[in-house]
Design a protein around this ligand. Structure first.
Ligand code: CTP
Ligand code: MG
Length: 228
């Protein structure tokens, strides 16, 4: 059973701002993408990692440098405009014998070994799984004018993270059957759900936070300096 990782790093980091895409920002002297690779290296079931980077990205090679990993790090391929486009390109580049795929955000640098093990175990048991956390705030659905349509029952809600793990064949089928126009898939599990595949939620972690804004980056800096 061969498990491959798609490490998605083809985004622009608009919400972070600045000139350097967030996956290459340094925390504790290391780019977020390298930290993510180091975290993935602590799960022995990952045998191959396929990085997906932006067209013309010249920072990737420098970020990874001469680092060695227990998995096979494939040459990076180019992503696309939407996250689903990047995933499609990455999937196409994975070796044919990879049967399970874990899609991970390069902007999520520190998933723990326990989180990785839990999501893999659950995916292998059910076909697809994502890490998720119970939400603390009450979530409301609103219309275009900001008027509340309904209040969702908090106890049944989960905020999901990555890596999102699934049978490769399911992901490929889901991508092939997805209507691309107009729908922005911010997560891979929604693609699977739309195609009718069951997706289970394993237990995520607060520290597996996606680094999206300067505040997130400052939090990570404090955490890694032992100040959180
Ligand atoms: N990503 C990607 N290809 C895209 C869009 C996003 O590979 N077309 C990757 C990002 O590099 C990131 C992950 O998907 O590691 C999660 O996306 P997000 O946090 O939205 O990153 P960005 O799109 O870069 O940020 P923003 O939305 O603020 O521009
Ligand atoms: Mg984005």
């Amino acid at each position: 059973m061969k498990i491959g990782v798609l490490l998605l790093a083809a985004g622009k980091g608009d919400r972070m701002g600045g000139d350097v895409p967030k996956q290459y920002l340094l925390v504790d002297g290391k780019p977020l993408l390298l930290l993510a690779l180091e975290s993935l290296a602590r799960e022995p079931r990952f045998s191959v990692v396929q990085p997906v980077i932006a067209d013309g990205d010249r920072r990737y090679a420098e970020a990874v440098g001469q680092a060695h990993f227990p998995f096979c790090l494939l040459p990076a391929v180019s992503g696309g405009r939407e996250r689903a486009d990047s995933m499609r390109n990455g999937l196409a580049a994975l070796p044919a014998d990879v049967e399970w795929v874990a899609v991970h955000d390069a902007a999520r640098p520190i998933p723990s070994p326990a989180l990785l093990a839990r999501v893999l175990d659950m995916a292998v048991a059910h076909g697809a799984a994502v890490p998720g956390l119970a939400v603390h705030d009450t979530i409301k659905q609103v219309d275009d004018h900001g008027k509340v349509v309904c209040t969702l029952r908090r106890a049944v809600l989960r905020a999901v993270q990555t890596p999102q793990v699934a049978r490769r064949a399911w992901l490929e089928q889901a991508l092939a059957s997805s209507v691309q126009g107009g729908v922005e898939w911010t997560d891979d599990a929604s693609l699977l759900e739309a195609a009718g595949f069951p997706v289970y939620v394993s237990i995520g972690e607060e520290n597996n936070r996606k680094i999206t804004t300067p505040e997130d980056l400052a939090w990570l800096g404090r955490l890694m300096a032992g100040r959180v």
